[in-house]
Design a binder for this molecule. Structure first.
Ligand code: 5RP
Length: 218
């Protein structure tokens, strides 16, 4: 099965987690785009969505799905999002699309976080995918030095400004032994908005699409 078909299969499986009459948290990325397209088929059954990026908001609106402000939505029953890497204990790296901060806020405000991936995203240990860190622009060099002191090799993602007006450092070669501890440590660096480790609030469900179909991590 082509990767595009796997993304679509995982996205369609996630529809089963959408609660009728609810507001759905929606992340960002190509797999989430498949989910938004699938959600359009049941849009009459939901109140609307909170979007993890401006791009997702535009796609939701193009389908006629109401996009709501999280400040008016309260806690969400469920959010659906993709990932760049996922482990068997449902820890993730996210932020390949630079939307990590809004995605992390939505995950924090959701009672259930359903992550949708194709099988290429499953890893034993996080960190082959460079860890995205969203940084306030004036702190870029300072934060880069601190990330280097942690053993990583940060690279400024050229030409990218996040939806929040910040920059992204992609940190290569990090040894991620304790993902939750590293998530906290990086977030303590002044000037960091957040980093792409989702371990303190991992996914609750990971739906993995492969040639054998879609299965949920135990
Ligand atoms: C965006 C993300 C995405 O969920 C992640 O990059 C996966 O994207 P895709 O589904 O396109 O592979 O974290 O910030």
């Amino acid at each position: 099965m082509a990767q595009e078909d796997k993304k679509r299969a995982a996205a369609e499986a996630a529809l089963a987690y959408v609660e009728p009459g609810s507001i759905v948290g929606v992340g960002s990325g190509s797999t989430v785009n498949c989910f938004i397209d699938a959600l359009a088929g049941i849009k009459h059954k939901i109140e609307g969505a909170v979007a993890g990026s401006n791009a997702s908001a535009e796609r939701l609106k193009a389908h006629g799905i109401a996009v709501l402000d999280l400040n008016n939505a309260g806690d969400l029953p469920v959010c659906i999002d993709g990932a760049d890497e996922a482990t068997s204990n449902k820890h993730l790296i996210k932020g390949g699309g630079a939307a990590l901060t809004r995605e992390k806020i939505i995950a924090a405000a959701s009672r259930k976080f359903v992550c949708i991936v194709d099988d290429s995203k499953i890893v034993n240990t996080l960190g082959k995918f460079p860890l995205p860190v969203e940084v306030i622009p004036m702190a870029r060099s300072y934060v880069a030095r601190k990330l280097t002191a942690l053993g990583g090799n940060p690279a400024w993602r050229q030409g990218v400004i996040t939806d929040n007006g910040n920059v992204i450092l992609d940190v290569h070669n990090l040894k991620i032994v304790d993902a939750a501890a590293l998530e906290t440590e990086i977030n303590q660096i002044v000037g960091v908005v957040t980093n792409g480790l989702f371990a303190r609030r991992p996914a609750d469900v990971v739906l993995i699409a492969s040639d054998q179909g879609v299965k949920s991590l135990p």
